[in-house]
Design a protein around this ligand. Structure first.
Ligand code: UDX
Length: 435
């Protein structure tokens, strides 16, 4: 099948290459020339495990082309909209400019019978509004939210937990769902749960899932706050409640909390949209979820101050991790970078290390010092903060690290280190939600 993908960020680039790997002829479109150039030469424009290999595979097949020209979509019969919906500068709501531009740009190039597939995360009601434009061109709009996680983007695209279609009522919807079934034909859809529903439900599924995940994380971080004052251990608590299958252990890792380009802005946009719909009360608890999340960052700064005897000014603080989570170079709303910046503002001499995210971090927080070499970053530190749980840091030898630092204080912002090994190597160990 001939497919176009508009927007080649984490979502679109991985989606385009994945669809090509299924045997489709794919054209990807993005306004960002550097991104298109990178993809055209087979280089991933961001760090994502497995993506370089996928690009090499589809590059050799000749089934993926990329361009900045929207007119290139004309040969395609199915068009995926994968552009971003960032938080608006003036509040919590989602900025729909890119989605609106993408659909408006597609419309003149559509042929009757084409299917436009929205994958971006949008406020409920957006699809119904965009459908009119698409239908005027004789095409049908399907809303097909994407649930991929960075760091697992390729796996999540090709082996999702479920596939959700929001379709219009009537024959057009049935036909469009059938076309999309063909696109996702085996092996992708074999044995994968599928939910075919209306636009509003499909849009809500995505924000509901992300809200649930954010709530789960803030719940365990609230328990961490309790553990801190009561002398408990949140990691043991999470293990114990996680054995209950109704609760489950996943997404109960207490620590610095959630960041990235999705969970924070999605829960805020959900609250803004619910307010517009007069149902703000229904999701008001997400405001608390957001606040618990932010409080963890403050707590980390406070703990660092305590370890440094109440004075961070001119103390050398080594921050391990800048990405919002491991296996990613993404620093959007990164808790790690936020804590590093706050410590820098408080007067600490902060040195940040990250295996992949330094370039992005430097653009975002240029006032901080960055060190690509781990040994140099650790040398002379008065405190070491592990703020993103890269495997690299979990594997650190505390005996070796102790020989480099000025004072062996480690703060484990992700409950990622083996506490006893660090204690036995002579370190003082502090963590969120643990003694
Ligand atoms: C998320 C959703 O998981 C995905 O389904 C959706 O499509 C996009 O948003 P992503 O932002 O890539 O994916 O990262 P995710 O793995 O969900 O982690 C989000 C944040 O939560 C990270 O900062 C992570 O460190 C944090 N987190 C996650 C915790 O603090 N504790 C946990 O137990 C799990």
């Amino acid at each position: 099948m001939r497919i176009s993908v508009v927007g080649l960020g984490y979502l679109g680039a991985v989606h385009a290459a994945s669809m090509a790997s299924l045997g489709h002829q794919v054209v990807g479109v993005d306004v960002d020339e550097a991104r298109v150039e990178s993809l055209a030469s087979g280089r991933a424009p961001f760090f994502e495990p497995g993506f370089d290999e996928l690009l090499a595979q589809v590059g050799a097949s000749g089934r993926l082309s990329v361009t900045t020209e929207t007119a290139a979509v004309e040969d395609a019969r199915v068009h995926f909209v994968c552009v971003g919906t960032p938080q608006r500068a003036d509040g919590y709501a989602a900025d729909l400019t890119y989605v609106e531009l993408a659909v408006a740009g597609l419309v003149p190039h559509l042929s009757p019978g084409d299917v436009v597939v929205g994958k971006s995360t949008v406020p409920v009601g957006t699809a119904a509004r965009l459908a009119a434009q698409v239908e005027a061109a004789g095409a049908t709009l399907v809303w097909n939210p994407e649930f991929l996680r960075e760091g697992f983007a390729v796996k999540d695209t090709l082996h999702p937990d479920r596939i959700v279609y929001g379709v219009p009522e009537g024959q057009a919807g049935v036909r469009a769902a059938g076309v999309l079934d063909e696109v996702y034909a085996t092996p992708l859809s074999e044995g994968i749960a599928q939910v075919v529903t209306d636009y509003a439900t499909a849009e809500l599924v995505k924000v509901a899932a992300n809200s649930f995940l954010a709530t789960k994380i803030s719940f365990i971080n609230a328990m961490a706050e309790l553990c801190e004052v009561a002398g408990g251990d949140v990691t043991r608590l999470a293990d114990a409640i996680g054995f209950d299958e109704r609760i489950g252990r996943k997404f109960l890792n207490a620590g610095l909390g959630f960041g990235g380009g999705c969970l924070p802005k999605d829960i805020r946009a959900f609250m803004a949209r619910a307010d517009e719909l007069g149902a703000g009360e229904a999701v008001a608890f997400l405001g608390e979820v957001d606040e618990i999340n932010t409080r963890r960052r403050h707590r980390m700064v406070e703990l660092t101050g305590q370890v440094l005897d109440g004075e961070v000014t001119d103390k050398r603080v080594t921050v391990l991790g800048a990405a919002f989570k491991p296996n990613s170079d993404d620093v959007r709303d990164s808790p790690a970078l936020d804590v590093a910046a706050r410590l820098g503002e408080a007067g600490a001499d902060v040195v940040v290390h990250d295996p992949q995210a330094i370039d992005n971090a430097r653009r975002k927080a240029p006032a901080l010092r960055y060190e690509p070499d781990l040994e140099t970053a650790l040398t002379g530190a008065d405190a070491v903060l592990v703020l993103t749980e890269w495997q690299h840091y979990k594997d650190l030898d505390p005996q070796w690290a102790a020989t480099l630092v000025a004072a062996p204080h480690v703060l484990d912002g992700r409950n990622a280190l083996d506490r006893d090994t660090w204690l036995n190597a002579g370190w003082t160990y502090r963590a969120l939600g643990r003694r």
